[in-house]
Design a protein. Structure first.
Length: 114
């Protein structure tokens, strides 16, 4: 799996996590919260809407009219679980790889592994 694919999967996970916790956002708020560009948020949200994972509606009480309600669909709830499990597996593998790298680096400098 290449870095771009991992990044995109992480972005999906973070967006779905935010949407599950609170449904009313602007794309700018999501971008700032996750630490990515507004364009990337728009791109990923559009794909999630197209896949039927997220439902998007204008938030009528929004003064700026830029706020939207993002809701997980029934399919989205199931997909979020799958994406979350994959995220956990990927991060655990990254953690294990880092532990090995750190252990190897410690051996190289003669530091005892703790």
């Amino acid at each position: 799996m290449n870095q771009e694919t991992k990044f995109s999967q992480d972005v999906e996970y973070y967006l779905l996590r935010e949407i599950a916790s609170r449904s009313e956002f602007t794309q700018l708020e999501l971008a700032v919260k996750i630490g990515i560009s507004v364009g990337k948020v728009n791109h990923v949200l559009t794909a999630l809407v197209r896949k039927g994972i997220v439902k998007m509606e204008n938030f009528k009480q929004s003064k700026s009219k830029k706020g939207y309600l993002y809701l997980l669909t029934t399919k989205g709830i199931k997909e979020k679980k799958r994406i979350t499990l994959n995220f956990i597996r990927r991060k655990m593998k990254e953690y294990e790889n880092l532990e090995q790298e750190i252990g190897q680096a410690r051996k190289e400098i003669g530091e005892e592994v703790v």
